[in-house]
Design a protein around this ligand. Structure first.
Ligand SMILES: Nc1ncnc2c1ncn2[C@@H]1O[C@H](COP(=O)(O)OP(=O)(O)OP(=O)(O)O)[C@@H](O)[C@H]1O
Ligand SMILES: [Mg+2]
Length: 316
């Protein structure tokens, strides 16, 4: 029997990002757009796109507004991703970013999101259970719509594990707390999310590693904490590693975390050990930060950075 390397990602609060460049943008006036870019975005979707670059089979689910789903549907078709999103009446939220190249300012206009109800949540839970039964891993990424209880993340983790798949979560606040209580296979908060989780600032390495050991002992097999440009820490109960990224010219940090999760998940699906997963994830994140937009055009850019990643065993 072939090894199961099918991955499912769950995005409960995706968005359509519209970035436009408007020189000398002025509120209350008529403004002309010089250039623009529209993208179907969301953590689970970004991760899915990256996993496809490794040739891995990927199915995406979560909630999509039925009134403006076509941009997502086109992306899934183009990338060879299987669409299992639950359709919810209304529109997926739109986020408009107005960038003024002269003043280098950004104006954000955020539309309200979808309001999935209990029926939609039940539908999603059932889909995740069915998909998890056939999957190697299920990744839950991003924030939740206001109408969805954070407890849903913990419930989904339990459902995924009960079906024999590995659960991965990348979210924040109460949703992260709820997911962690259900002991997923991998969690990757950044330092701010970890501080919020434990209720005090976490900026010292020994403190961070101590907290990661506690989470590992509580049943989370792989704990990663990312520290932006400084790198990331990884604990799996056997090894404790610090990965320093290569020096790159940062262009946009959007998607750095998603690339790290994507690398850790792809590495696991390809059967790599912790050190190799960490090296892969760190090079993918750095390559993503060195380019515009959240999705790497090609993983070759990361492959070139891989040997410049410094992976050290932490001695505390
Ligand atoms: N300036 C940089 N240069 C090189 N690598 C970087 C840089 N910034 C981030 N990274 C890499 O990306 C990883 C994840 O970044 P970060 O800790 O900012 O994630 P995050 O806050 O979860 O991001 P996101 O906003 O995507 O959720 C870091 O651990 C690091 O390896
Ligand atoms: Mg993050």
């Amino acid at each position: 029997m072939a090894t199961n390397n099918h991955i499912v990602t769950v995005t409960m609060n995706p968005a359509i990002d519209l970035a436009c460049s408007v020189p000398d943008f002025t509120a209350g006036k008529v403004n002309r757009v010089a250039s623009h870019q529209v993208d179907a975005a969301g953590k689970g979707i970004n991760i899915a796109v990256l996993l496809r670059k490794f040739g891995l089979p990927v199915t995406v689910t979560g909630f999509l507004g039925s009134d403006n789903a076509s941009i997502f549907e086109k992306k899934f078709k183009d990338e060879g991703i299987t669409d299992a999103f639950v359709r919810v009446p209304g529109e997926t939220r739109i986020g408009i970013k107005v960038l003024d190249p002269h003043t280098e300012s950004t104006t954000d206009i955020n539309f309200p999101g979808l309001s999935p109800d209990e029926v939609h949540v039940r539908e999603l839970t059932e889909r995740v259970a069915k998909l998890a039964a056939q999957a190697f891993m299920v990744v839950i990424g991003g924030s939740l719509p206001a109408t969805v209880s954070p407890d849903v993340v913990g419930e989904l983790v339990r459902v995924i594990k009960a079906q024999g798949a590995k659960a991965v979560i990348d979210t924040s606040g109460p949703a992260l707390f709820s997911g962690i209580e259900a002991a997923p296979w991998l969690v990757k908060p950044n330092d701010d999310e970890l501080s919020e989780l434990v209720g005090r600032p976490m900026n010292k390495l020994d403190d961070i590693v101590g907290q990661m050991r506690t989470m590992n002992r509580a049943g989370i097999a792989n704990v990663a904490v990312s520290l932006g440009a400084r790198g990331a820490v990884f604990v799996d109960g056997e090894e404790e590693l610090f990965a320093k990224p290569p020096k790159i010219e940062p262009v946009s940090t959007v998607g750095a975390g998603d690339a790290m999760i994507g690398g850790l998940v792809a590495g696991a699906a390809l059967g790599l050990g912790l050190k190799e997963r960490v090296r892969l994830a760190t090079s993918l994140s750095a390559a993503t930060v060195a380019q515009v937009g959240p999705s790497l055009k090609s993983i070759d850019a990361a492959r070139e950075l891989e040997e410049q990643v410094v992976v050290e065993t932490i001695s505390l």
